[in-house]
Design a protein around this ligand. Sequence first.
Ligand SMILES: Nc1nc2c(ncn2[C@@H]2O[C@H](COP(=O)(O)OP(=O)(O)OP(=O)(O)O)[C@@H](O)[C@H]2O)c(=O)[nH]1
Ligand SMILES: [Mg+2]
Length: 313
Amino acid sequence: MKSGFVSILGRPNAGKSTLLNTLVGSKIAIVAAKPQTTRQTIQGVVTRPDAQIVFLDSPGIHQPRDRLNQRMMREVRAALEARDLLLLMADATVPFGSGDERAVELIRSARTPAVLALNKVDRLAKKEELLLLIDKYRGLFAFEEYFPISALTGEGVGELTEALVARLPEGPQYFPPDHITDQPVRHLAGELIREKIIRETRQEIPYSAAVVVEQFEESPRLIRLAATIYVERDGQKGIIIGPKGERLKQVGTLARQEMEGLLGRKVFLDLHVKVRRDWRDSETFLAALDWRKRMETHAEDDSWPRINANERE
Ligand SMILES: Nc1nc2c(ncn2[C@@H]2O[C@H](COP(=O)(O)OP(=O)(O)OP(=O)(O)O)[C@@H](O)[C@H]2O)c(=O)[nH]1
Ligand SMILES: [Mg+2]
């Protein structure tokens, strides 16, 4: 048995969360076409008869401007430590820039073997560009291997997984086969609401929205949840609610439908919008959003159940 810990790192929008979902075969991480979607690391576990890989999806590597960004970069740095392997992902459809150089710099500083995945090859018209890009990266750091992939279609993901397994040490199966993530269902539910907000709104709204699940009650056929969407300013509240409440209704419907599909149960969703001025710079508010901290406080509380593979539909 081979097993180990692999962090997925890269710039915002590279496709890290998409890859995590493809690897695990279930949607556990939210995905959106706008950068800085992922705010906290999430574990995704792949178990096969001969191997178990514990992946960690991390926020995009960027220059922090506020306290939320600083916390996100702290999550990135934590994801560099005590790993067997690092997987740097880059979007092969956008030109190499100084942000990519900084990402390589971070990888180099970790002193852990790293593999490079060049993503979104399904959208790449000229495959020669891949070779140039690989040369560029090779000049900056000696990656163990280079893989063109599409996290979206799954192209190249099998080869990548085999290469990762081959480089992992012999080890135990750390988690039972039905353990696919450390994230509680309650947090994923809040994240799905946030994903719909990111997709349904524009400009600064995606970055100004946070979701707190206030109530989460499970029964065999039904999940009842109430969540508050926090925005930073009064004007943003009106935008999220939309004319005649239509945008909020749309966000709620899309989130509910996806939750019902993922959890195989009917969901009652109650959404509210509140203003919490400049919450991105409020340490107390940011600490309250940290689901790992909240799980510690609610360790004995069954309103924070974990997700397991049995719940996949
Ligand atoms: N065409 C194509 N699009 C992709 C692929 N992988 C990801 N995407 C798209 O790229 C966008 C960003 O994907 P995410 O998985 O959210 O990227 P991320 O690296 O997790 O981004 P952050 O969480 O913001 O750091 C989404 O619109 C995805 O659908 C791919 O292989 N091909
Ligand atoms: Mg992400």
